[in-house]
Design a protein around this ligand. Structure first.
Ligand code: ZN
Length: 86
């Protein structure tokens, strides 16, 4: 028997440099596999328990901006990503 674990890939957010990012994932990447975030960073994947994650993470505004545009979500005029802010 197999115990399946179902994951909502839209809720899987890569974390690095103290920020959470977004990526279009079609499946859970293998450890060490490189993924490209919406802001264009390419990073190898590693997994950890949620309890190991830093409690304070910042938003990657570059990823947020791309995500909003792709889904037709309004982008406020003062969105930090418009200034190239991460
Ligand atoms: Zn990002």
């Amino acid at each position: 028997m197999t115990a399946r674990i179902y994951v909502d890939l839209d809720r899987v957010h890569p974390v690095f440099d103290g920020r959470w990012h977004r990526a279009h994932l079609r499946r859970m990447p293998d450890p060490g596999e490189e993924i490209t975030t919406l802001c264009g960073r390419v990073e190898p994947v590693a997994y950890g328990a949620l309890a190991e994650r830093a409690s304070l993470l910042l938003t990657c505004w570059g990823c947020d901006l791309v995500y909003r545009r792709q889904l037709g979500i309004a982008v406020p005029r003062d969105h930090p990503g418009l200034d190239g802010g991460r």
